[in-house]
Design a protein around this ligand. Structure first.
Ligand code: NAD
Length: 260
């Protein structure tokens, strides 16, 4: 996956939600491109599996079990990364949970708060404690995961839409605040990607459910996690040095417009 413009040799990448799906594939892609990778996730077994896969391929990784909604966990995870590799150059703040298809008035306060805590507060906490570490090193690149739900409204998804719009707004503000310190903050907005979130849960794990998901994609298929990882590696690379506060949509046309 790596190309000549994406040389990550010696760079240190911190990836959350790295035990599965988009995060897992991106963590492995960073490692294949030469980076030392902090594999960060709530799922400790998954973390161990990804670290083993990276090491078996000759890469360098440290596994860290962490709940991104908890300040102490995030700070400890960053401390462990610095301890292992000396600092942090790249952050992919990607851990997130989905919302069941449910109208706003029926969405429980607990579910709304849980989604906010992980998908929005988690990104806030990660950036809050990553940015000073990057400033110390003279710069860095952060990519936060939003969604197509960050750029359009979706019936039945008001909570998820709210937090994913929030990720973009918060990232744009941080981008302006820290570009003077050479810290670039950008956002990735995936369409429907073939990960456990979609194939096992949102689709109900059925073929029928998956067909319904694909019907929302003008391109006629789900995206592959590799297609998001490639975009993230590009955004973090020197090739994208002029990209600041951008929300890059990689979605098979899902949010382009009507018809098709
Ligand atoms: P996934 O469920 O396959 O993987 C998400 C990972 O995040 C899991 O390993 C899970 O353990 C971890 N996680 C959950 N809560 C956590 C917490 N509190 N702390 C640390 N880790 C936690 O999901 P995915 O599809 O790979 O999604 C990754 C990101 O992409 C999410 O932010 C999601 O909202 C976003 N996204 C996904 C799609 C899609 O179609 N798959 C589309 C748009 C956006």
């Amino acid at each position: 996956m790596a190309d000549q413009n994406q040389n990550y040799a010696g760079k240190i990448a911190f990836v959350t939600g790295a035990a599965n799906g988009i995060g897992r594939t991106t963590a492995i892609a960073f490692a294949e491109a030469g980076a030392h990778v902090a594999v960060v996730d709530l799922n400790g077994d998954g973390v161990a599996e990804v670290v083993a896969a990276i090491e078996a391929a000759g890469g360098s990784a440290v596994g860290i079990t962490c709940d991104v909604s908890k300040s102490e966990d995030v700070r400890t995870a960053l401390d462990k990364t610095v301890e292992a590799f000396g600092g942090i150059d790249i952050a992919f703040n990607n851990a997130g949970i989905e919302q069941q298809q449910i109208p706003l008035a029926d969405l429980s306060e607990e579910d709304f708060d849980r989604m906010t805590a992980i998908d929005l507060r988690g990104v806030f906490l990660c950036m809050k404690y990553q940015i000073p570490l990057m400033q110390k090193r003279g710069g860095g690149a952060i990519v936060n995961t939003s969604s197509g739900a960050g750029v359009v409204g979706i019936a039945g998804q008001a909570g998820y839409v709210a937090v994913k719009h929030g990720v973009i707004g918060m990232s744009k503000s941080a981008a302006l605040e820290y570009i003077g310190d050479n810290v670039r903050v950008n956002v990735i907005c995936p369409g429907i990607i073939e990960t456990p979130m979609i194939t096992d849960r949102v689709s109900g794990g059925t073929e029928e459910g998956q067909k319904k998901m694909i019907a929302q994609e003008p391109i006629g298929r789900m995206g592959k996690p590799e297609e998001i990882a490639a975009a993230v590696l590009y955004i973090c690379s020197d090739s994208a040095a002029f990209m600041v506060g951008h929300a890059m949509v990689v979605d098979g046309g899902q949010t382009v417009g009507l018809g098709g």
